[in-house]
Ligand binder design. Structure first.
Ligand code: URA
Length: 233
């Protein structure tokens, strides 16, 4: 259904600063739609399928945003990081301004698929333990993996300080030291603690899938992409 919105309001909703900043961008001739500069902040545009340009860079309009980042090691998933830069610093300013938040957390040294959204109900659905969204991790083990270790992970292991057993949905030994672990929960350091609980040690960790979403093989480390609405988990 077409939704008409003033171009200055579009910019404001998409994170381009205060209402005054957004008016200023339009008045300065920095905003174009379909190759035409719009210099009236009150000009109405149809937001359905809208792609607008700000200072030459194209932005698709999204009422709610979901993006996927290939997280590098050395970034913290907190807005107030303590020892390393925040993953939010890898997103462009408009996405930060409109309030995107990481969906769950990865450790500072974990790499791979990290989602961000400004849709609070989506964050809840994807992170609440009730919804059992499976996540796939590629773990590099210090010691050769054994069939007994994989079986124990599938049966459930007790982690330090937590009486509830942690159970893997999948534990595939891909190579001597490469374990593909599928978990429906996200407890603190869960993969590392589960590997320790079976007498091994996690030396490196990468998340390759979150629900139905897989990290694209061609997404460079540190880069992000929009997740189109039909692919939303
Ligand atoms: N489990 C961990 O131990 N670390 C992560 O970053 C994610 C899952």
């Amino acid at each position: 259904m077409p939704v008409a919105m003033r171009i200055a309001q579009v910019l404001f909703s998409q994170g381009f600063g205060t209402r005054r900043d957004c008016q200023g961008l339009v008045l300065r001739g920095d905003v174009a739609v379909a190759g035409q500069v719009l210099d009236d902040p009150d000009a109405e545009v149809d937001t359905e399928g809208l792609v607008f340009q700000v200072q030459g860079r194209a932005w698709p309009y999204h009422a709610k945003a979901l993006v996927m980042l290939h997280k590098p090691a050395g970034y913290e998933c907190s807005a107030k990081p303590r020892h390393h830069p925040s993953v939010l610093s890898l997103l462009p300013a408009p996405l930060r301004t409109r309030g995107l938040q990481p969906v769950g957390r990865l450790d500072e040294d974990t790499t791979g698929l990290l989602l961000f959204t400004d849709d609070g109900s989506l964050i809840h659905r994807l992170t609440s333990p009730k919804h059992h969204v499976p996540k796939v991790y590629e773990a590099t083990a210090k010691h050769p993996l054994t069939a007994e270790q994989a079986a124990a992970l599938l049966q459930g292991v007790v982690l330090e300080d937590d009486p509830r057993p942690a159970v893997a949905l999948g534990a595939e030994i891909v190579a001597e030291r490469h374990l593909r672990l599928t978990l429906a929960e996200g407890r603190y350091h869960q993969v590392k603690r589960m590997l320790a609980a079976v007498g091994n040690r996690c030396e490196a960790l990468h998340r390759s899938q979150f629900g139905r979403l897989a990290l694209p093989a061609d997404l460079p480390v540190g880069s992000w992409v929009w997740v189109s609405q039909q692919d939303w988990p």
